[in-house]
Design a protein around this ligand. Structure first.
Ligand SMILES: Cc1cc2nc3c(=O)[nH]c(=O)nc-3n(C[C@H](O)[C@H](O)[C@H](O)COP(=O)(O)O)c2cc1C
Length: 377
């Protein structure tokens, strides 16, 4: 089996090795961050050990699911935190499991901002944001349809409060390192808090954190700087989705926003920039577009990861072959195919994902029961 798999890798760009700062990756198939809503009491659970281990290969890069950085960060039920000692302890065996199988795992640091409800907030307070404008588009994941499953109007952060949130990110990054993660990815995509500062259709501030592109990117870049100081820039990545409008978070000039961030992140010398393809205007549907990430790719000198809509091996191979990206992150394909790199190696068919079990609290069904390829006889 080993022999058969070893012989065919040369011609598969996705399966060629790649070095990202100090990390020696044996292939370019990355696990995208995937919230699975199975972390009871906002704490990672033992069943995640198997889930992540199943998706680990020697020298493969995994990005953990969005993990809340503070008690105001949550906006979905059963998502894990990384702000308390108990969270660190809960993550440790999961990270150890990945390391035992030779993988590399980053922790995605997340604050939902206004994509939340008072029921998730300490003392029932309002969620926080760059703005006090509520989300109009009420599409609550895992919501029951009652008042608790609507997004609550947010509180606009004051300048002092902004620096507290930056500190929360810093502490969460330190916690992630204590849990054994190899690095952290700042969640700056999909309309959550960091994105709510960047996008001009959300951020309506008139202070130094709003208005010009430079001002809107100030908070995201201060978060990156604080975390880099804490754990070293070579262990930091950032996820961006300048072209997306999920969670009512759109920008009137996504090209300029994307290039501005890519240049700034390049100067901060972080390990990677992870960008969602413009075709993913909504979270899960691909649309036709002429927009591309070429200018961001050019502006960022570190490792460039692309994600969004990759299921097909040939398409992802082409992206690597053409130099459009260094690595490709797979969300739904990896969710449904724990042995995705091996399937790519063998050009084997992929399991189809079951959307109805993306966000349940079942510790097995739709989580760790997707079948592996049978071993060839
Ligand atoms: C079940 C599910 C959970 C997700 N959770 C996260 C998350 O925690 N953080 C994040 O940045 N993106 C999250 N995403 C978005 C994915 O990382 C990815 O960008 C998206 O699924 C598109 O890629 P794909 O076409 O390969 O699935 C999630 C997607 C799915 C399907």
């Amino acid at each position: 089996m080993e022999k058969e798999e070893a012989t065919s890798t040369e011609s598969i760009p996705l399966l060629t090795p790649y070095t990202m700062k100090t990390f020696h990756l044996s292939h370019r198939v990355v696990l995208a961050p995937l919230s699975r809503l199975r972390s009871y009491n906002f704490t990672a659970q033992p069943h995640a050990i198997l889930y992540y281990k199943q998706r680990t290969t020697k020298g493969g890069l995994l990005i953990g699911e969005a993990s809340g950085i503070s008690d105001t960060a949550q906006g979905l039920p059963n998502t894990p935190g990384i702000w308390k000692k108990e969270h660190v302890e809960a993550w440790r065996p999961i990270v150890d499991g990945v390391h035992e199988n030779g993988g590399i795992i980053f922790c995605q640091l997340w604050h939902s901002g206004r994509v939340s409800n008072t029921c998730f907030q300490p003392n029932g307070r309002s969620p926080i944001s760059s703005t006090n404008k509520p989300i109009q588009n009420q599409q609550f994941i895992g919501g029951s349809g009652d008042a608790d499953s609507q997004y609550s109007p947010p509180h606009r952060l004051t300048i002092d409060e902004i620096s507290n949130v930056i500190n929360d990110f810093r502490t969460a990054a330190r916690n992630a390192m204590e849990a054994g993660f190899d690095g952290v990815e700042i969640h700056g995509a999909n309309g959550y808090l960091v994105d709510q500062f960047m996008k001009d259709q959300v951020n309506d501030r008139t202070d130094q954190y709003g208005g010009s592109l430079e001002n809107r990117c100030r908070f995201p870049l201060e978060v990156v700087q604080a975390i880099s100081e804490e754990i070293g820039c070579e262990r930091v990545g950032m996820r961006l989705s300048p072209f997306a409008n999920y969670n009512d978070s759109a920008d009137s000039d996504p090209h300029s926003l994307g290039v501005f961030m890519a240049e700034a992140l390049s100067q901060l010398r972080i390990a990677y920039c992870h960008v969602i393809q413009p075709r993913m205007v909504t979270q899960f549907e691909r649309v036709e577009t002429r927009d591309s990430l070429a200018s961001m790719r050019k502006a960022f000198k570190g490792t460039f990861i692309v994600a969004g809509g990759y299921y097909d091996r040939e398409e992802a191979n082409r992206v690597i072959e053409n130099g459009e990206a260094d690595l490709v992150a797979f969300g739904r394909a990896f969710l449904a195919n724990p042995d995705l790199p091996r399937r790519f190696r063998l050009n084997a068919p992929l399991n189809m994902y079951d959307r109805s079990t993306f966000y349940t609290d079942d510790p097995v069904v739709g989580y760790t029961d997707y079948p592996f390829l049978e071993d060839p006889v």
